[in-house]
Design a binder for this molecule. Structure first.
Ligand code: LLP
Length: 424
């Protein structure tokens, strides 16, 4: 059951009316449901436990989807590890209590400092994405007097059939080591003083709504594991990358049992430890962005609802033309007549538009709107464009709700700039 629904005429998250949270903490405001996060994470755990022995998999939540430490802490208590893509995310995960042995570090551009931190923290594995990165990891490990566990993130050249900007597994994408050159590099890695090669990793893209690309990528990975083993390598782990897509507009995502079935059928027979890195499917529908209508602006042939959230708070519509459902926080009467609105933010760009021609019962200044499915890649991608402070974030649990990140203070943004002495 959804944790966000109308009850007694108002939109609630778990047991709390969203209006109550907005009144207490202001808008724009991200709200996350602890129960939904829990249910979403458990859906993976349960499906996996049904088909794989308990200690043969680790769900490493992709922190980039929503790296709030309250979210990470909650997932950590449920047994999650973390997939991180920067030193900052690694620090967040560790501070939130995720064990170092459950952290994987992905990304094409890890700096020497980030690699040194990963080596020092003795994380589960670094997913290496290029030959020069491998050299850098080895050097850092040798300097630290250790060997670092490294999985090869390979690029299987599979089209994920998702938005072009979030496709990562085609040969023309910057990600991963070309699958054909992986065996030679793996052989080399075995002889590098600081490297303990542990296995392979793959991630072909995000918001996947079909299983076939996963199946194709997994098959190519299984074949690679066979080839690497034939070469005399130990392959202990396979990291299958990000998770399933989510419905933003009533679409039907693949069934989690069928997805896990692919892992059982294609990856598990390899006898490896399986790492998964889902992000969106855990956080997206657990979050909303609350925005208050500031003005109703009647144009010649348009009605604009100008809200106080902007593209800096939720970039997805501007960046990917992404659709997010928008619900009024007061439940419309069942047969209420509707009017067409463009829901827009205050930022000085036309791309700062959440929706055009949206049918809504007549509304106006002061109305509270919930921009749905905003728990993943919402707050984590927010910026201070137009010198707008990063929004506050709240975690709801039953009837309780608390700030998990205070609204950034405008003074702090402004105070950070430095005018050099030589200018004056
Ligand atoms: N692992 C790796 C290596 C990744 O690059 C990603 C996402 C994930 C895991 C998590 O994938 P998920 O389970 O969330 O699909 N900002 C975009 C999404 C970018 C995804 C980048 N990588 C959006 O808002 O749609």
């Amino acid at each position: 059951m959804s944790t966000i629904a109308y009850k007694n005429g108002v939109l609630q998250m778990e047991d709390v009316p969203l209006e109550k949270i907005a009144q207490k903490h202001g808008t724009p405001l991200y709200c996350y449901s602890a129960r939904q996060l829990t249910d979403n994470f458990r859906a993976y755990q349960t499906a996996l436990k049904d088909v794989l022995p308990q200690d043969t998999f680790t769900v490493c939540y992709a922190c980039k989807a929503n790296g709030n430490q309250a979210v990470l802490h909650l997932l950590g208590t449920l047994g999650a590890g973390a997939d991180v893509v920067s030193g900052g995310e690694m620090l967040r995960a560790l501070k939130a209590g995720i064990p170092h042995g459950k952290i994987v570090f992905s990304g094409v551009g890890k700096t020497a400092e980030e690699i040194e931190a990963a080596v020092k923290n003795d994380i589960l594995q670094i997913n290496v994405e290029s030959a020069p990165e491998l050299e850098r990891i080895s050097a850092a490990a040798v300097k630290a007097g250790t060997k670092t566990r490294v999985a090869f993130r390979v690029n299987p050249d599979v089209d994920a059939d998702t938005h072009e900007k979030i496709t990562t597994g085609r040969s023309e994408n910057k990600f991963g080591i070309d699958i054909k050159s992986a065996p030679a590099l793996y052989r080399k890695a075995k002889d590098m003083a600081g490297i303990a090669p542990t296995g392979v990793a793959v991630h072909i893209g995000s918001q996947l709504m079909k299983l076939a690309p996963f199946a194709e990528a997994f098959k190519r990975i299984a074949a690679l594991v066979g080839e690497l083993r034939a070469q005399g390598n130990d392959i202990a782990t396979v990291d299958v990358g990000g998770g399933l897509g989510v419905p933003y507009q009533g679409e039907t995502p693949p069934d989690i049992k069928k997805y896990v079935g692919l892992i059982r059928d294609i990856i598990a027979p390899l006898g490896v430890h399986v790492v998964l890195e889902p992000g969106r499917s855990i956080a997206a529908d657990a979050g909303v962005l609350l925005a208050r209508v500031q003005y109703l602006k009647e144009g010649d042939n348009k009605r604009f609802l100008i809200v106080d959230a902007g593209m800096n708070d939720l970039m997805r519509p501007a960046l990917y033309d992404a659709y997010h459902a928008i619900l009024p926080c007061v439940e419309p009467a069942p047969n209420a007549a509707t009017v067409k609105y463009d829901v827009v933010g205050p930022v000085c760009e036309t791309s700062d538009t959440f929706r055009t021609n949206m049918e809504l019962p007549q509304t106006g200044q002061g109305a509270l709107l919930a921009i749905m499915t905003a728990g993943a890649y919402g707050a984590s991608m927010a910026s201070t464009y137009n010198t707008r402070p990063l929004p506050a974030e709240v975690l709801v649990g039953g009837a309780a709700f608390d700030i998990v990140r205070p609204r950034q203070r405008t003074e702090d943004i402004v105070a950070a700039d430095v005018i050099p002495a030589w200018l004056s």
